[in-house]
Unconditional design. Structure first.
Length: 157
């Protein structure tokens, strides 16, 4: 289900009230209603992060306790990817540079199977980070292979 953002009018994704409640600043989180439908706006140029279906509740970046990755430019640092285990894009890049590979996606997958993650309350999107992790790994590898990133980040000479 999608609903238009009250500021930018882009279509956005539904999130559970528990996600909004856990990620909002203290006391503001008490205003989240279990019987409301909430949505997140992923337009990085829009200040709105969450809003209720009837638009009587609108929460912006300043109301959220964590850095919201879908509101950041891809090269901003720190760039959080996995909110449950703390992996950032720059951590994965360092792993690829130092080891020519990374297995962080497989490690996270094992943690998911062991029911050790809690994306619904840790990740601002309310969903699993694994797709974002794999996308970042591919982007980092592509930049390394094409040299489109800073050469010194991937080469000893």
């Amino acid at each position: 289900m999608q609903k238009k953002c009250p500021r930018c009018e882009d279509n956005r994704e539904e999130v559970e009230p528990i996600t909004v409640r856990y990620l909002l600043e203290p006391f503001l989180n008490q205003s989240v209603k279990d019987d409301y439908r909430y949505f997140c706006c992923k337009n990085k140029d829009c200040s709105v992060v969450y809003f209720s279906e009837n638009h009587n509740q609108v929460f912006s970046r300043k109301h959220v306790r964590k850095r919201v990755n879908f509101k950041l430019d891809k090269d901003e640092q720190p760039y959080p990817l996995c909110y449950c285990f703390g992996y950032r894009k720059e951590d994965i890049k360092k792993d690829v540079v130092e080891n020519k590979e990374t297995s962080v996606d497989e490690w996270i997958k094992k943690r998911i199977k062991a029911n050790e993650c809690n994306c619904m309350v840790n990740n601002p999107s309310g969903s699993c980070c694994l797709e974002d992790i794999r996308e970042a790994i591919q982007e980092i590898k592509n930049n390394r292979d094409t040299g489109s990133d800073n050469k010194n980040d991937f080469c000893c000479c």
